[in-house]
Design a protein around this ligand. Structure first.
Ligand code: HEC
Length: 258
């Protein structure tokens, strides 16, 4: 074989490999996030910020209370990170847009505290951050800033309460709460999408993206139905969400499969 032929063969091979690996990368990249308003209304998330801060304050009311609710505090703080992120990224201006980066940082620090004094200070810091106007939200992105495991432990807690509250008379009387819960679940779906460490087999990457997007979109559909006062649509969307929990666990968390 002549040298030039060998060379062009090698070049061809190299180009082929580059194209292949670029193709692989394009496949592995997460799909772009839709506008936050399409899955989590800003007002619902704003209400939840107030809720979460109230819960955090309760958890540090006394040392005894803190000891009893240490893991609850961490889960709430961890969830507040993604709520803040969503409000910072939100396409609709909101009460916490300028505060979001500071809230995320304070909530991240609170997740890691190990004693009552630091927890008390940490909760005060979260509250102060929520009132700040430090800005910087333009630099935020959907990327890992929280513990996925802890978010996943929060999901069933929200979902259990949601199931109880979308029934009967409560469907209307608890609408503000359930709109908040579903907005948070939708945000958790979107936030989980960019943390792919649970994906052990690269071939499953597209499934992870799909299930996370489905969680976001089913929760958003329940939210829209609650806001429209449409109980039947909410029931349908609740079924879709329950299916979504199971299909994802079948692949990524088989132990949890019932
Ligand atoms: C995108 C995939 C995915 C979806 C959707 C999903 N989960 Fe999970 N879930 C996981 C993974 C992964 C874990 C394990 C996380 C860990 O242990 O770090 C988990 C863990 C859990 C656990 C165990 C938590 C614990 O205390 O150890 C429960 C309960 C749970 N999920 C309930 C739900 C419910 C309810 C839904 C639907 C509203 C849901 N999940 C949706 C992937 C998912």
């Amino acid at each position: 074989m002549r040298l030039t032929t060998v060379r062009s063969l090698l070049t061809g091979l190299a180009v082929g490999l580059i194209v292949l690996s670029l193709g692989g990368l394009a496949l592995a990249d997460p799909p772009p996030a839709p506008k936050v308003s399409t899955f989590a209304p800003a007002e619902d998330l704003e209400n939840q910020v107030a809720e979460y801060i109230e819960r955090l304050e309760k958890s540090v009311k006394s040392e005894e209370e803190y000891k009893d609710s240490e893991s609850k505090l961490a889960k709430d703080a961890n969830t507040l990170i993604v709520i803040s992120l969503a409000l910072g990224l939100h396409d609709k201006d909101n009460k916490y847009k300028a505060a979001a980066p500071a809230m995320m940082k304070a909530a991240q620090e609170l997740v890691g505290v190990k004693d009552f004094d630091s927890a008390e200070k940490g909760v005060a810091a979260v509250k102060a951050a929520a009132a700040s106007k430090a800005g910087g939200a333009d630099k935020l992105q959907w990327k890992k800033a929280y513990s996925l495991g802890m978010l996943m432990k929060k999901v069933p807690l929200i979902s259990t309460k949601l199931k109880r509250y979308v029934k009967g008379k409560r469907f209307k009387s608890k609408a503000e709460d359930t709109a908040g819960f579903t907005a948070v679940l939708a945000v958790i779906g979107q936030a989980s999408l960019v943390d792919t460490h649970e994906v052990k087999n690269p071939d499953d990457m597209e499934k992870w993206y799909k299930f996370c997007a489905e969680m976001r979109d089913s929760a958003a559909a329940i939210n829209a139905a609650i806001r429209a006062g449409d109980k039947d649509a909410a029931d349908d969307a609740m079924k879709k969400l329950a299916e979504n929990c199971d299909t994802c666990h079948e692949v990524f968390h088989p132990e949890e499969d019932k």
